[in-house]
Ligand binder design. Structure first.
Ligand code: SF4
Ligand code: SF4
Length: 332
């Protein structure tokens, strides 16, 4: 078993195990961390490449918020508003079942998952077929109330994360009400919620040149996302990473090919090789200044038994109500 320990990252941003934020490349600290992450994947990148341990499934293709930095905001999104069919959901489920998937199912990507009213039903379906997997959502909380949270928990949701997007002049009262209701409910004793405070007027990363308030980027260097993420859109297409918001770089469709052959396709492997070489000169990467960094004090493990890359402790189920510090943004 290959095991690489990571030291605490003081300014770790966000709750996900990899945080898509812009951090100054001038920082020797970031350079060291990116180099370490690259070394990990260079070592374990081989044919067949270790399978992902996180799958991100977008059951609907749109959001209902207007964050200034986000290509999926109502002001920026160019995608049609669509929902994933049950045929696609069933196909993903059966393929994950075939590989005995026991990783993390993130039922969101560049959308708000609560827009899909079938969400509790989808969670029940996934849990029934993949009892070892953990299921998480991030939501902006606009459609969240305590009754909906209870429906999701009863369906089998393991981790509920609420991103509280506020502006310089206003808080989101719906999120604040949900937090109050949760604290005053019986569920506070038995369930946990994580709230991330994020100012929706700030400039963050360029998101592949698609962020409304940051289009340009001259970044180069390694990026770990295509080694770890498996992003499925509503059509069943696999796209490059969470920053490929408009599905510009696709690597196959789960309705036509199995996930192993997509994950290990020549095209996907070639992309990973380019990123290992620090080359961001193609596709969405051309204008992308995202540098994923590991959550502080976490480690990467390659599980030889099932050839999967694993981040232990990636799921939050510790504190009853965990308030993350506001995200800090570092200028390039
Ligand atoms: S950051 Fe999240 S909540 Fe804000 S517009 Fe994008 S997908 Fe929606
Ligand atoms: S667009 Fe390229 S560089 Fe940016 S996060 Fe995705 S894979 Fe990484």
């Amino acid at each position: 078993m290959l095991k690489i320990k990571k030291k605490r990252l003081e300014n770790y941003l966000g709750n996900s195990f990899l945080a898509p934020y812009t951090i100054s490349l001038r920082s020797p600290f970031l350079r060291r961390r990116t180099a370490k992450l690259r070394a990990v994947f260079e070592k374990i990148h081989q044919q067949p490449s270790p399978l992902f341990h996180q799958i991100q499934i977008e059951t609907c293709s749109f959001c209902n918020n207007d964050c200034h930095f986000c290509p999926a905001s109502t002001a920026a999104d160019i995608r049609p508003k669509e929902f994933m069919s049950w045929d696609v959901i069933n196909e993903i489920t059966s393929q994950l079942k075939a590989i005995k998937f026991n990783g993390l199912i993130s039922l969101f990507n560049n959308n708000d998952p609560l827009i899909d009213k079938r969400l509790p039903e989808i969670i029940t379906h996934l849990k029934k077929n993949l009892p070892e997997a953990k299921i998480e959502i991030y939501t902006n909380g606009i459609l969240l109330d305590i009754q909906q949270a209870v429906r999701l928990w009863n369906a089998g949701l393991d981790s509920l994360m609420v991103d509280h997007y506020y502006t310089n002049s206003a808080r989101n009262r719906k999120v604040e009400k949900f937090i109050e209701d949760f604290k005053n409910s019986n569920y506070f004793e038995t369930h946990s919620v994580t709230v991330n405070e994020i100012n929706k007027e700030i400039v963050r990363s360029s998101r592949g040149g698609q962020a409304l308030n940051k289009k340009e980027s001259k970044a180069s260097g390694f990026c770990a996302y295509p080694f770890m993420q498996f992003n499925v859109n509503y059509k069943g297409e696999i796209h490059l990473c969470c920053n490929d918001v408009y599905y510009q770089e696709t690597y196959g469709n789960i309705m036509e090919k199995d996930l192993n052959s997509i994950w290990n396709s020549k095209k996907f492997q070639a992309k990973r090789k380019m990123l290992l070489e620090g080359n961001r000169n193609t596709g969405v990467c051309k204008n992308c200044d995202t540098f994923p960094v590991l959550k502080g004090s976490e480690e990467i493990v390659l599980q030889e038994s099932n050839n999967q890359v694993v981040i232990p402790g990636y799921i939050n189920n510790g504190q009853k109500l965990h308030l993350e510090k506001p995200a800090k943004v570092y200028p390039i």
